[in-house]
Design a protein around this ligand. Structure first.
Ligand code: UD1
Length: 374
C-alpha cells in the first residue's frame, strides 16, 4: 500500500450508557469505507454489566478495541484520569481524527486531550445548551464545542446557537439525530418483545420513571421530594422505575429505597437493556424523566414526556415534540400528568424533516471521510 493509499485511523470514544447506541451506527457506516480503520475506545466511565456490556450484546456492537477502565471518583478526578490514560493511547495509536459523542465527562476529557495533541476532533450532538452552568454536562458541552473541528448538530436551533457563539459555519453540519438511528431500526423488534407483560403492567396504562441528575438525586431533601411525588403519582397509575446506579446508591444512603419498594404500585427494577427499555416505553402512557436523550426519543415516538428539570438543552422537544418542561414542584408535575392522563397531550411534529430518520450515522461517516480526504 502506497503512502497515499494508507488507511486513515478514526478513534471513537464511548464511556457511558447513552454513548453506545450513538457510536454503533457510525461504526457500521464507517465499515463501508475501505480507506478508514475505525478504532473504538471505551473509557470505562460506566462499567456495570447492565450499564455497559448488555448494550453491546443487545445492539450487536463490536467490542471496544481499547478499554481504559476509568470509573467513579469526583468530576475532576474522573475527567483527569481519563485524560491521562487516553493520552498514552493517542500517542501510540496516532489517530487522524477523534470522534466524541454527547456531553459526558468522557466526551470532554477525550476532546481536550486529543486537541492538545494536535488531533482534530468531531463532536456529535454539538450546539446543545441548557444555559445552566451548574450542570456538569453544560460545561462539557461548551468546552467540547469550542475546541472541535467538526460539529455535528441535530437541529437548526443548535446551529443557531453555535453561530451566536462565533463558530465558523464551515465546521457545522446538521446531520440529524444519531440517537434515533437505532430507535428506527429496533422499534419493531422492541414492540414484539412486550416487556410490559413481563412486568405485569397494563398496556398503555403505566408510566416510566428515570432519574439520575445530581440536582435531583444527590441532595437528600430533593430525592425525598421525588420519592414523595412518585408515591402520589402511583395513586393515579402504576409506575416502573429502572434505577440508575447513582440514584440507587443515594436512595440507600438516605434511607428511601424501602419506601419505594414497599409501594405495590411502583416496580423498582434494575437499569434495563436498550431493547427492554424501548419495549417498555412503547407501551407506556407517559414518561417522567430528567434524562436528555429520552426527551428526544419520546418526541419521535409520540409518547408524552414530563421532564423533571428546570431547563433543557433540547428545547426543540418542548416546542415541536411531546416534552413538558415542568421542573420538580410536585403539584405542578401532578397537574401536568393529570392533564396528559385526561387525554390532553401535545401532538408532535414530524421530526424526520430535521433528518431524524435513522440515517444520521451514514451522513456522519461521509463527512468524516470527506474531511480526512481534504
Ligand atoms: C453520567 C453523565 C451524565 C449521563 C449519565 C447517563 C457525566 C458528568 N455525567 O452520569 O451526563 O446522563 O452518565 O447515565 O459524565 N456507577 C456504577 N456503575 C456504573 C456507572 C456508574 O456504580 O455502571 C456509579 C459510579 O461509580 C458513580 C455514580 O454511579 O459513583 C455516577 O456515575 P458517573 O459516571 O460519574 O455519572 P452518572 O451519574 O452515571
Amino acid at each position: 500500500m502506497s503512502a497515499s493509499e494508507q488507511k486513515r485511523v478514526i478513534l471513537s470514544v464511548v464511556g457511558t450508557r447513552p454513548n453506545f447506541m450513538k457510536v454503533g451506527p457510525i461504526e457500521e457506516s464507517l465499515k463501508q469505507h475501505s480507506s478508514i480503520e475505525h478504532v473504538i475506545l471505551h473509557t470505562g466511565q460506566h462499567f456495570d454489566t447492565n450499564m455497559s456490556e448488555v448494550f453491546f450484546r443487545d445492539l450487536k456492537l463490536r467490542q471496544p478495541d481499547i478499554y481504559l477502565g476509568i470509573a467513579g471518583g469526583l468530576l475532576g478526578d474522573q475527567t483527569g484520569r481519563i485524560m491521562v490514560a487516553l493520552e498514552k493511547e493517542l500517542l501510540q495509536l496516532k489517530p487522524n481524527l477523534v470522534v466524541v459523542v454527547g456531553d459526558v465527562n468522557s466526551t470532554f476529557a477525550s476532546a481536550w486531550v486529543a486537541v492538545q495533541n494536535h488531533i482534530p476532533v468531531a463532536h456529535v450532538e454539538a450546539g446543545l445548551r441548557s444555559f445552566d452552568r451548574r450542570m456538569p454536562e453544560e460545561i462539557n458541552r461548551i468546552c467540547t464545542d469550542v475546541i472541535c473541528e467538526l460539529l455535528f448538530t441535530t437541529h437548526p436551533m443548535a446551529d443557531e446557537q453555535l453561530a451566536k457563539e462565533g463558530v465558523d459555519s464551515k465546521k457545522i453540519h446538521m446531520v440529524g439525530n444519531i440517537m434515533i438511528d437505532y430507535l428506527v431500526r429496533y422499534q419493531k423488534q422492541a414492540e414484539a418483545m412486550q416487556q410490559w407483560q413481563a412486568l405485569s403492567l397494563p398496556a398503555k396504562g403505566y408510566a416510566i420513571v428515570t432519574l439520575h441528575r445530581p440536582s435531583n438525586v444527590d441532595v437528600p431533601e430533593q430525592l425525598k421530594k421525588m420519592v414523595g411525588l412518585l408515591g402520589e403519582l402511583s395513586q393515579e397509575l402504576p409506575l416502573v422505575f429502572p434505577v440508575h446506579p447513582r440514584t440507587k446508591k443515594n436512595l440507600e444512603l438516605f434511607g428511601l429505597l424501602g419506601t419505594l419498594k414497599n409501594n405495590q404500585k411502583i416496580s423498582v427494577v434494575e437499569p434495563q437493556s436498550y431493547l427492554n427499555f424501548l419495549s417498555l416505553v412503547l407501551q407506556s402512557r407517559l414518561v417522567l424523566t430528567d434524562s436528555g436523550g429520552l426527551q428526544e426519543e419520546t418526541s419521535v415516538l409520540d409518547i408524552p414526556c414530563v421532564t423533571l428539570r428546570e431547563n433543557t438543552e433540547r428545547p426543540f422537544t418542548v416546542d415541536f415534540g411531546t416534552n413538558y418542561l415542568v421542573g420538580t414542584n410536585s403539584d405542578k408535575v401532578l397537574a401536568v400528568c393529570r392533564e396528559i392522563l385526561a387525554g390532553n397531550s401535545k401532538t408532535p411534529q414530524d421530526f424526520s424533516k430535521w433528518q431524524w430518520d435513522g440515517r444520521t450515522g451514514e451522513r456522519i461517516a461521509t463527512h468524516l471521510v470527506e474531511y480526512l480526504r481534504a
